[in-house]
Design a protein around this ligand. Structure first.
Ligand SMILES: C[S@@+](CC[C@H](N)C(=O)[O-])C[C@H]1O[C@@H](n2cnc3c(N)ncnc32)[C@H](O)[C@@H]1O
Length: 402
């Protein structure tokens, strides 16, 4: 058996117990419907209309279950297709869907065959493309399966934030190449305990999957095919497939000015770079970008599909209750966002606090009226909130999803 297939039959990923569906829903990026609406449908899709979704390389079902459940809750007549070659992963994903009473079409097969399944309004492909023998064939197949007005949410691994991982994958390939998949995690754990102090993996606190489960350890360190993408390589693969990048997540982490000394000297140099080069520079400087989450669509539409500041846009503060956020902004002039100990300061003017407090599900036009501001004055006052919070994906716009 091909070693990648052997891995996912032995260790379906991520490790999930279907019984947990009765107590929690796993949510995240890409593919939260609120994000899909914000990045790909201008925050204004009519979700009473049918929506065809493909979860390509759906694994044990996290993305598939999230999207199926949240669309069902919103009353959207969605058709959800899970596609993956792993029978073991399918068994788990199917059971999760059964427990929740979700109607999902399951297809066992490779995503390279996706175009034969039809056209999709949204394609989720999370943690898969970097494991394909020919990743470009995967990008091309997904582009062919994407409806003309559709969009996709992708996640691929990134090299610099995974410093130390690839040397160990290679070392384990040499050392444990002849061992059965089921034997490898225990052997690998022994090696990890004895790693010399100077090994880079020991210094990389951003990768922790090996601490979660054997499936996590296998996916991180024992994978037989894992070719990470720099943001430049991701951009090139999208372009080759006729796709265009809508946004990286979180966009502010791809702004090199966050990682450079303040002042004109560097700002001017950054300004001279093309958008993808700026992001590449940010990735090279940041050090902690260990994966890329990206929203994309057909190239010619990429600049026109995400939500804008308009009177009917409905702001959704993600994980930040409006009143509590407003109090913090009034007191501290911003918030601090923490990614595994790396802190990013988001400056927000205290004068915007009263607008933030009103972001409780009403459209921006109503917030402006409640604040007694004309639209022009409101748009100016809202601009730093929009830039600061969308930059860290703490603000999306969606009429339907909160
Ligand atoms: C790391 S898991 C990700 C699962 C899921 N997307 C998630 O994020 O939870 C990778 C999945 O890709 C699947 N896979 C590997 N090669 C594939 C291919 N050619 N087409 C579709 N899926 C593939 C594996 O079987 C495995 O379930």
């Amino acid at each position: 058996m091909d070693p990648v297939s052997e891995q996912y039959e032995t260790y379906p990923y991520p490790e999930r117990d279907p019984a947990d569906e009765t107590r929690r829903l796993v949510t995240g990026s890409p593919s939260a419907p609120r994000e899909i609406d914000h990045f790909l449908f201008r925050g204004a899709r009519d979700w009473s209309q049918p929506f065809r979704v493909l979860c390509a390389g759906g694994g044990t079902g996290d993305g598939t279950i999230q999207i199926a459940q949240l669309l069902a809750d919103a009353g959207c007549p969605a058709e959800i297709t899970w596609l993956d070659p792993s029978r073991a992963a399918r068994g788990i994903a199917e059971e999760r869907a059964r427990i929740r009473g979700l109607d999902i079409r399951f297809v066992t097969g490779p995503l390279e065959e996706a175009p034969a399944l039809g056209q999709f309004d949204y394609i989720d492909c999370c943690g898969v493309l970097h494991h394909l023998e020919t990743p470009q064939a995967g990008f091309d197949a997904l582009a062919k399966a994407l409806a003309p007005e559709g969009g996709m949410g992708l996640m691929v691994y990134a090299p610099y934030g995974r410093t130390g991982v690839y040397a160990l994958q290679s070392a384990f390939g040499r050392l444990l190449g002849a061992d059965a998949a089921s034997e490898k995690p225990a052997l690998a754990r022994e090696v990890l305990k004895a790693l010399p102090e100077a090994n880079w993996f020991r210094h990389n606190r951003f990768v922790t999957d090996h601490q979660q489960s054997d499936a996590g350890l296998y996916d991180l360190l024992l994978h037989s095919r894992d070719v990470p993408f720099t943001v430049s390589a991701l951009g090139a693969a999208l372009e080759e497939a006729g796709l265009g990048l809508v946004s990286m997540l979180e966009p502010a982490r791809y702004d090199p000015l966050r990682y450079l000394p303040e002042g004109e000297a560097f700002a001017a140099r950054v300004k001279a770079l093309a958008p993808l080069e700026r992001m590449a520079l940010a990735e090279e400087l940041a050090g902690d970008i260990r994966l890329h989450v990206a929203y994309a669509t057909h190239a010619e539409r990429a600049g026109a599909v995400s939500a804008k500041v308009t009177p009917d846009a409905v702001p959704r503060l993600v994980g930040l209750p409006p009143k509590a956020l407003a109090e913090t902004v009034a007191k501290r002039g911003g918030i601090t966002i923490d990614y595994a100990g790396v802190k990013h300061r988001v400056r927000l003017p205290p004068s915007a606090a009263r607008l933030i407090a009103l972001a409780d599900g009403r459209p921006l036009g109503e917030i402006a009226r409640a604040a007694r501001l004309d639209w022009f004055a409101f748009a100016q006052a809202w601009a730093p909130v929009h830039a600061g919070l969308t930059g860290f994906n703490k603000l999306n716009y969606s009429r339907t999803f909160r």
